[in-house]
Design a protein around this ligand. Structure first.
Ligand SMILES: [Zn+2]
Length: 492
């Protein structure tokens, strides 16, 4: 469900025609409300007034309540009217009409989605606007938003007047709507852009911009791991962005393939931004993470030392970052380990001097550490190949790449985590994967086994400041753990 937290939107594109039943509407509402967390009333006086987002039961309870509220007779009636006149409905544009208003022919709502190669002009005309209406609306729009910034994927809600009666079949074929009355879209979660017509004789288009104030609240998720961290986090409704941040932060310390066991658990605390209706609009930073692996707690606190580089540190002020990453690619599956093996292409036993990570073609590959590129070109059976020199005698190599990231070439300096290329299957290779080598003093070592040089340890003033920040975060967690937060949600 991609709308889960990048939310636009009060707009549903339901190309279901006239056959849409009230039952189906119920389904749409369920869909809407199930993407609608969590808490409506919040006290603003404390940043730690918060929501336990993880409790599945309480979220279910919330869905039930909302389901009942939205399925009120007026709302259904309004929607039905719209469906009779259009194959599209825009739920957000549903006016709060009284029963008397519904008798008149109502405006026609259309939802269009920008595709590659579309201009706003072509979109509007295709949807039924005349060229002069489209021109008027676009000219007005320019006051608040550049039409050139419109990107594929953007949903635009259009409102047309009903067609002027009587309409012959021939006319209806040409244009089944009246004049364009309004256009609305949401370039970001915080911002709505709207073009509408003025009332009266000299009607013209005017544009306005509506800022949606978002409220930040801390959210906490925790769950036991039964198979993978990814699954456990998904089941606890951890937003995708936060999951990625968590996996990145731990990727230096934890080999997700081998070290995660049944019975381990995780906890994550992060910033969540809600719109006025209480919908999760977007997430912010991950403040804290805890992985409990075989009884050991690995805690990480977000902190910005005087160097200015924000990072995650354990409770002792040791950076989570190592000089090198063990797994320089996201979401990959370890497909071949370091050591002797039967070569999949050549057939005989050969020393495998790196590790292979199977990942879809095009998956970004990161520089495992800060360093300088020694080569980035075609290299015999390795196909497209990159080698980086790091400090303290370490080098890393990456093979079978589909291609190189922009600007990646010999002598170029790269930072840890920077994208350098993409997974492919060039050279002698049986399928898309990354062959990754770590070299120490010129010899390949096992990337998963080698003891990696440690990252920064906070000292003096930084350590002092870190302890203050850590206490602050601990206090937030304590508040979030209080059963009151859950009880409040359940009675909502
Ligand atoms: Zn390999």
């Amino acid at each position: 469900m991609k709308n889960r937290f990048h939310t636009p939107t009060f707009m549903v594109n339901a190309a279901l025609g006239g056959s849409l039943s009230i039952l189906a509407l119920g389904g749409i509402y369920f869909w809407l409300s199930s993407s609608t967390p969590i808490e409506e009333q919040v006290t603003n006086n404390s940043p730690s007034a918060s929501v336990e987002m993880t409790n599945d039961e309480s979220i279910d309870a919330n869905i039930n309540t909302q389901d009942i509220t939205v399925a009120s007779p007026e709302v259904v009636a309004t929607l039905k009217t719209d469906l009779l006149t259009s194959e599209y409905i825009a739920v957000g544009a549903v006016p709060t009409e009284t029963a008397a208003d519904i008798q008149e022919p109502s405006d026609i709502e259309k939802m269009v989605t920008v595709s590659h190669g579309d201009t706003l002009m072509s979109l509007l005309v295709t949807a039924g606007a005349t060229r002069s209406e489209a021109h008027g609306a676009i000219t007005a729009l320019t006051d608040v938003y550049s039409p050139r910034k419109i990107r594929p994927g953007l949903d635009i809600a259009l409102t047309f007047a009903p067609p002027s009666a009587p309409v012959t079949e021939e006319q209806a074929k040409e244009r089944n709507v009246g004049p364009l009355r309004a256009m609305q879209f949401q370039p970001s979660v915080e911002r709505i852009v709207k073009v509408s017509t003025t009332e009266g004789e000299d009607s013209k288009y005017i544009a306005e911009e509506i800022q949606r104030p978002l409220t930040m609240r801390m959210a906490r998720s925790t769950n036991e791991i039964t198979s993978s961290l990814y699954l456990a986090a998904t089941n606890a409704s951890v937003p995708n962005d936060i999951m990625i941040k968590m996996i990145r932060a731990y990727s230096f310390d934890v080999d997700f393939q081998r070290e995660i066991q049944k019975g381990d658990s995780f906890e994550v605390v992060y910033e969540a931004f809600y719109d006025e209706d209480g919908n999760l609009a977007r997430t912010g930073e991950m403040l804290y993470g805890r992985l409990n692996l075989s009884g050991d707690d690995l805690q990480l606190y977000r902190f910005t030392p005087s160097s200015g580089f924000t990072d995650y540190f354990n409770e002792k002020g040791q950076s989570a970052k190592k000089a090198l990453m063990r797994t320089p690619v996201d979401g990959a599956r370890l497909s071949s380990r370091f050591g002797k093996r039967k070569h999949p292409v050549l057939g005989y036993t050969k020393m495998h001097k790196g590790v292979d990570f199977a990942a879809p073609r095009g998956t970004p590959i990161y520089a495992a550490g800060d360093g300088v590129i020694l080569r980035a070109n075609r290299f015999s059976s390795f196909g497209n190949y990159i080698k980086i020199r790091h400090h303290s005698g370490y080098e890393t190599a990456y093979a079978h790449l589909k291609g190189f990231a922009k600007g990646i070439r010999k002598s170029k300096r790269v930072r840890q985590g920077q994208v350098i290329g993409y997974v492919g299957t060039t050279g002698r290779s049986t399928g898309p994967h990354l062959h990754y080598e770590v070299l120490f003093n010129g010899r390949q070592v096992n990337p998963l086994g080698v003891k990696l040089p440690a990252g920064e340890k906070l000292k003096k003033a930084d350590l002092k400041k870190f302890k203050v920040e850590q206490a602050k975060i601990d206090k937030i967690i304590e508040e979030l753990e209080k059963p009151a937060a859950i009880a409040k949600l359940e009675t909502n």
